[in-house]
Ligand binder design. Sequence first.
Ligand code: NAD
Length: 283
Amino acid sequence: MQALSFNDLKDKVCVITGGAGVLGTAMVKAIASVGTKIAIADINKEVADKVAAEIAAESGAEVIGVAANVLDKESLEFAKAEINKRLGPIDILINGAGGNSPQATTKVETITEDNIDNLEDTFYGLQMEGFDKVFALNFKGTLLPTMVFTRDMLANRKGVVLNVSSMNSYKPLTKIPAYSAAKASINNFTEWLSVHLAKVGIRVNAIAPGFFITHQNRFLVMDEKTGNYSPRGQKIVDNTPMGKFGEPEDLQGATLFLISDVSNFITGIVIPVDGGYSAFGGV
Ligand code: NAD
């Protein structure tokens, strides 16, 4: 038997939404390293182009930046036409765009007798605008790109979708109800779509990253003044059996595994990449 490899990914075409972000960049690097052609579809075209150029130069793979808003179907269709023209039919989609926002975050963790007279800081003070934005970005922002970017896979009767969930999908963290509910919906949608597409050769899975310090959560886990972990950041580390935040590169193995033919009989699953966080009961 030949040694297992990710050679099947060479010259395939992969689109990654939000690929210019911290975790997305690490995933793009891994995928480029096995010779896949990649389109970084990001709302921030300037950064997408920059990341694409850097990774292309480093890896020798064809990597391009494409402007796309995951909440706007027309913009996604426009992006698909450009990707098809420049790279060919799409084989793989990674739904990486997502994140939380301070506007959808409660100021306090729980309501107690000390703060019950200041409901603005709690669930009752959440602004629907922020809540809607976060829910849409994480759920609809996975749904719409999947509708648009899997069309070539459907025609080829072969393809892969990889969604990006979170630890919040299993057990919600305090303060971030919109993000938690939206990521729970990603797990459910991953299962639903995997069944819907199983007979036409398209696999649908997800990874659930544990805790990585990135733009979207720095304000929650770091103390800007001291540069140390905030009490919340420290709590995360204390509840991660490996005793640390993850490095973006830690997502690379699970990503390649799930998008490659080596996981041919795997669909509808969510793999935690979390240093043991989801396995730990806290005691
Ligand atoms: P990030 O903020 O570094 O990157 C997000 C990227 O998405 C950015 O490049 C941004 O420009 C792009 N984006 C935002 N809105 C968009 C839109 N409407 N259309 C297209 N692109 C858009 O975030 P990250 O930390 O790298 O997170 C990547 C994914 O991983 C997200 O889905 C996030 O929820 C998830 N995640 C992150 C962590 C963590 O600890 N950072 C943990 C679990 C899951």
